[in-house]
Write a protein that binds this ligand. Structure first.
Ligand SMILES: [Zn+2]
Length: 166
């Protein structure tokens, strides 16, 4: 799903678990995309035609819709941040550093991976065991399924309002 959506999920997890909002939990919920797609987004912009602003925007949308990486490097970065192996290593670091709200951080990261399993396809399908296995499920890409995208957002907004008011 989109970055804002993952942030909202982080907010809900933090509020439900601790009755207060930890910014670092929201950050961790968005982290796989913040780190994992930055280089890809840079390549999207770099490879988009800059003849006019309209063509530039069209090209950006075209590249984003394709769900195909530009190089091995952007593929590896994306798949690394969306792997349960990386999550395990990350949680060991959090545990060793004795960082507050361990379980919240774990759930925030895990929620990102689980949500992405079902909302991405093609080369962006979540490889949960990367780099050891290519195992993945072909999800439905949220950018191309308006109905699914709106339904997921609607349900989440209702939960979000309920969490804020409770
Ligand atoms: Zn993601």
């Amino acid at each position: 799903m989109d970055l804002l959506y993952h942030g909202i999920i982080g907010y809900i997890i933090s509020d439900l678990l601790y009755d207060k909002v930890f910014l670092h939990i929201i950050f961790v919920a968005m982290m796989p995309d913040l780190i994992g797609t930055t280089y890809f987004q840079y390549l999207v912009i770099k490879n988009s035609c800059k003849k006019t602003f309209k063509i530039f925007l069209k090209d950006i949308i075209k590249h984003s819709n394709k769900c195909i990486f530009f190089s091995k490097k952007d593929k590896i970065i994306y798949r690394t941040t969306h792997s349960l192996i990386t999550l395990s290593i990350f949680m060991i670091v959090i545990y060793v550093k004795n960082i507050e709200s361990f379980f919240g951080i774990f759930l925030a990261y895990l929620s990102h991976i689980i949500i992405d399993i079902f909302t991405h396809n093609n080369e962006f399908s979540t490889r949960i065991l990367f780099p050891f296995s290519d195992f993945h499920i072909e999800g439905k890409f949220w950018l191309k399924n308006k109905k699914m995208f709106i339904n997921i957002w609607l349900i989440t907004i209702i939960i979000f309002i309920f969490v804020i008011l409770s």
